[in-house]
Write a new protein. Structure first.
Length: 282
């Protein structure tokens, strides 16, 4: 599914991959940045766009380095038009560990915001107005990136922080369900705002958040069902489905035992993308 990506380098030993769709969107983002500068500049717009995705990569590196200290090393980081995704060997289930991994990304973004803004002011004061303006712009973007990711909904970091806070009180499954519902509610709000403002990018983000929230809950439900059930080679999730009308019967994705094919009902096409995404690229 992610065959359309290629590696561009490493950060702290972690491979950084770029999806081909980013190459399509990057010129548009560069154009927006370039027009935001006065006077407009295509070259500095490209610098700002590259700086943006470099900041996103560092945001994901923050997650990855903390996750590695918690025994969950990162395989690589994928940069997409909608942001970045770190592929971890596994997701920490301990609430304290999950909180620390989740907060690391926004902390890096806040640090980059301070560095960018302070450096921009220093350069502008020294008479280098164009690079100073670009750095201040990137500082502001990193601040927005940190605040956006702290929203308490999946798949943003705030959703994982919210779940980490709820888990000791309600259990991981119920905590995930609540955080996923909040995520879907916020996705609807984003979608309505995107429709009202005719903002295609915001609509795509809303669609991604809506689907990803359900995928996260489905994954945790499978994991919890597998953990509690030792009676056979396959797990039935029952007929109480909080988001979808389908019943999924099949092995959890991390087990090697396979049921007969006629026991398995496949996911619908729109689930395939996001279930695989959050199984492999969280």
């Amino acid at each position: 599914m992610f065959g359309g990506s290629f590696q561009i380098g490493r950060l702290w030993g972690i491979p950084i991959r770029v999806h081909v769709t980013l190459l399509i969107v990057l010129p548009l983002i560069a154009m927006d940045f370039g027009l935001a500068l006065q006077p407009a500049s295509v070259l500095w717009g490209v610098v700002a766009a590259v700086g943006l995705f470099g900041s996103i990569a560092l945001h994901e590196v923050g997650h990855s380095l903390v996750a590695a200290r918690k025994g969950c090393p990162a395989r690589d980081i994928l940069l997409l038009p909608i942001g970045g995704l770190a592929q971890l060997e596994r997701i920490p289930t301990n609430p304290r560990d999950e909180f620390q991994v989740a907060i690391a990304g926004p902390a890096v973004s806040l640090l980059l915001a301070v560095i960018g803004w302070a450096s921009g002011i220093a350069l502008t004061t020294a008479g280098m107005h164009r690079p100073g303006t670009v750095l201040m712009l990137l500082g502001a973007v990193n601040l927005l990136l940190a605040l956006f990711n702290l929203l308490p909904s999946f798949p943003m970091d705030g959703g994982r922080i919210f779940r980490a806070w709820l888990t000791p009180r309600l259990g991981r499954l119920m905590a995930t369900r609540i955080a996923a519902k909040v995520g879907r509610f916020m996705a609807v709000i984003f979608g309505l705002v995107g429709l009202f403002r005719l903002n295609i990018f915001l609509i795509l983000i809303a669609f991604f958040i809506y689907q990803a929230a359900g995928a996260e809950y489905r994954m945790v439900r499978i994991q919890e069902s597998s953990r509690r059930s030792q009676s056979g080679p396959w797990v039935s999730l029952g007929d109480q489905w909080p988001y979808d009308e389908e019943v999924i019967v099949g092995p959890p994705p991390f087990e090697t035992r396979q049921p007969p094919s006629f026991f398995v009902r496949p996911l619908r096409a729109q689930h395939d993308l996001f279930d695989e995404l959050f199984e492999k690229w969280r």
